[in-house]
Design a protein. Structure first.
Length: 176
């Protein structure tokens, strides 16, 4: 199967650009990713996008797993490779070139103030990601009950989310 090199370049540069905004974890990345790959390029459907995010939650590096999945859906193995390389390349290059500046940046009051502002934006983007993914969940009392149980367990018992994903996935698989 031959893949158009143009789509590989587009995958690489799309995800390379997005990686420059990957601050605060994978959930911050979800709205930007959804806007580009579903609404912008139409590489995947909204349902496939939700599946990509769900698959990403099962493994370490959820953003990278989702990006590789989208690349694969778009251009098979070459697409997965191009998308994954794109998500890693800018941050790797930035790390190599900026390592010497790290000590100065740590001591900078201006950088500390900017990061405090970014934290507020991160909370908003995580909320936006929850709404985007929540829209694809089947409506009904089972979904709402699963959400409430997970929320209570996370907040009251401080159990790590990794222990909630498999049982919630199993319930979803059995019910839906």
């Amino acid at each position: 199967m031959s893949v158009d090199p143009n789509i590989l370049f587009k995958l690489f540069f799309t995800f390379a650009w997005m990686s420059m905004f990957l601050f605060g974890g994978a959930y911050v990345f979800v709205p930007l990713l959804q806007q580009s790959v579903v609404n912008g390029y139409g590489w995947v459907t909204q349902r496939e996008f939700a599946d990509a995010v769900a698959i990403g939650q099962l493994m370490p590096g959820p953003a990278v797993v989702s990006v590789a999945f989208i690349g694969f859906k778009t251009a098979v193995f070459a697409g997965a490779l191009a998308a994954t390389a794109g998500i890693f390349a800018p941050s790797a290059a930035l790390m190599m070139f900026c390592t010497r500046l790290l000590d100065r940046l740590k001591a900078s009051a201006a950088i500390a103030a900017a990061l405090r502002g970014v934290r507020a934006a991160v909370v908003g983007m995580i909320f936006s990601a929850a709404i985007l993914i929540g829209r694809t969940a089947p409506a009904g009392w089972i979904s709402i009950t699963l959400f409430l149980i997970a929320l209570v367990v996370l907040l009251r018992y401080r159990i790590d989310a990794v222990w909630l994903v498999p049982p919630a996935g199993l319930v979803g698989f059995l019910v839906y």
